[in-house]
Design a protein around this ligand. Structure first.
Ligand code: PLP
Length: 530
């Protein structure tokens, strides 16, 4: 009761601090996993310059509790998985839409915070969160408010062709995305999906590369204008994007040519014959294998350098994920990323960082590559998923093609999604959610480390230390991985995999210690039966 009252008071007085006067007892109770002495007298002092990292009222009520007072306290299962209503809905949907990949049919009206509810009424703790794309929990009230704004209505029903007819609010909408831009980036080009963002970045890279040869201000030659209409050089030059084995960058044509995680993503598609370097494969735990992992970095960088020097066509850009996600949650060191940056400068290519899955707080920084302190900053950073809006950040004005309409399409992005991205960015910053994800991630990682110590015959390569909740592990027997993902539904947890043998955690940014406890207990329950 005391706590609720204080929570309400402090919510209305964000600069107020509660100061304990005289402790009556030294006992402490746990609230939201922050110890709070409960038998102090309190008085208010206004203005709190000390409120810095974790705001005081989050001690009283967590961000998740404030957003979602009615979030379920635990998973609720009322049917076996999948439930009968879900099965019927899938069968019906399948008549008009390929429903083979459907896990279950959800009831998004009833889903709340970290819990996704299916049409049968089962509530699952969701640590997959729409393939890593829900930033702030289901039915987040701050986003609902933005969704109901007049500005949003206009952006949806009078959707502008942004390139030709931007609205009077376009610059302001973009400025919200720039407030959370990766360090060193101050411009944006917007797109529609992760694959689209990457392909737009490839186009920009190729045009930049040719402009560098031709001179940015030069016009196209007659030969270029004529040959390009036949898809031939010099107008359509042979150029490449270098990506990595096990990478995932999307499933459109050019992005699929850079993707290299599973055959199923690419089979039957004509492709660009672009080079793949090797991404480091580290031995775990990292602390115990520093020397050999350093050698692995050097080996992989040597491969990249060899390709940059000797590939049969020039490489306009290197494209890389900060953590290869779909391909197995493969990590690489700061030194490896800096090494790549140095190579792009040496050989005159661009560095494109694909933050589609890693971006927006989940690794403990707003953008994952900010962990690496790459100098100078990368040339382009692509985004989508948790940001809802897609596109790329950049800073060099010469990455804007020399003539209008070269990087262009009908919508050039989607202001409705950009408004949402701006609001997501604001909420993440306002509530320190990236830092909060770090705290929760450290807590969770510690618990998993202890748990997997008990199951070392089953589990290997726990990854994601110091990368907040961006955590993964592998099964020694790959066939057990799919069984595990499925079995976790029986303890009310929706969880995803990556590569053939791994499990990846991709919860929202409002996933807290109490959710981590439920997750760890669920994992233990399933593993103990194997
Ligand atoms: C790193 C990365 N890049 C690109 C994509 C493609 O995004 P989309 O599925 O929105 O095209 C994904 C999707 O999982 C991704 O993880």
């Amino acid at each position: 009761m005391l706590v609720c009252t204080l929570g309400l008071l402090s919510a209305h007085h964000p600069l107020a601090i509660l100061v304990p006067l005289a402790p009556k007892s030294a006992n402490a109770i746990q609230i939201g996993y922050q110890p709070l002495a409960h038998s102090f007298h309190y008085k208010f002092i206004v203005i709190l310059p000390l409120v810095h990292r974790l705001s005081f009222f989050s001690i009283i009520m967590s961000v998740c509790e404030k957003y979602f007072p009615d979030e379920p306290t635990e998973p609720k299962l009322v049917t076996a998985f999948p439930g009968p209503k879900s099965k019927d809905a899938v069968a019906s949907l399948d008549k008009v839409f390929d429903a083979r990949p459907v896990y279950f049919v959800a009831d998004y009206e009833k889903s709340s915070g970290n819990y996704i509810v299916d049409v049968d009424g089962n509530a699952y703790l969701d640590v997959y969160a729409q393939i890593a794309s829900i930033p702030l929990g289901y039915n987040n009230p701050a986003l609902v408010e933005v969704a109901k704004s007049d500005k949003m209505t206009r952006a949806i029903i009078d959707r502008p062709a942004l390139g030709n007819f931007p609205g009077k609010d376009t610059e302001e909408i973009i400025s919200e995305l720039l407030k959370v831009a990766p360090k060193g980036q101050d411009k944006i080009w917007s797109g529609l999906s992760g694959a689209d963002a990457n392909e737009l970045a490839f186009k920009a890279a190729f045009m930049w590369y040719q402009a560098k040869k031709r001179g940015y201000a030069s016009t196209f030659s007659e030969a270029e204008n004529e040959s390009v209409m036949k898809n031939q050089a010099p107008g359509s030059p042979e150029l490449a994007i270098l990506s990595f084995e096990r990478a995932f960058h999307g499933r459109l044509f050019a992005s699929a040519s850079t993707t290299c995680s599973k055959p199923i993503h690419k089979l039957d598609l004509p492709s660009f014959k672009w080079p793949k370097a090797q991404f480091p494969s580290y031995a775990y735990p990292l602390e115990a294998n520093e020397e050999s992992n350093k050698k692995e970095d050097e080996r992989c960088l040597a491969i990249v350098e060899d390709l940059l020097k000797n590939w049969n066509v020039p490489i306009a850009a290197i494209l890389i994920e900060p953590i290869q996600s779909e391909g197995g949650d493969n990590h690489a060191s700061n030194a490896f990323f800096q090494g790549l940056r140095d190579l792009t400068l040496k050989y005159g290519s661009l560095l494109i960082i694909d933050e589609v899955q890693t971006g927006v707080g989940a690794t403990g920084k707003f953008w994952a590559h900010e962990h690496f302190n790459i100098t100078p900053a990368p040339d382009m950073v692509t985004f989508s998923k948790k940001f809802q809006s897609a596109g790329y950040y950049f800073h060099d004005p010469e990455i804007i093609p020399n003539v209008a309409y070269r990087q262009f399409n009908t919508w050039c992005g989607d202001p409705a999604r950009m408004i949402l991205a701006g609001a997501i960015g604001q909420e993440v910053v306002k509530h320190n959610l990236a830092e909060r994800a770090s705290q929760v991630g450290d807590y969770l990682y510690g618990k998993l480390e202890t748990l997997f110590g008990k199951y070392s015959e089953l589990i290997t390569d726990l990854r994601g230390k110091n990368r907040a909740t961006f955590i993964a592990w592998s099964f020694k027997k790959p066939e057990l991985r799919n069984k595990f993902l499925n079995d976790m539904k029986s303890v009310g947890i929706n969880i995803g995999g990556c590569a053939e043998d791994s499990v990846r955690l991709r919860p929202t940014l409002v996933f807290e210690e109490k959710h981590a406890d439920i997750l760890v207990a669920g994992i233990e329950k399933i593993l103990s039966g194997y």
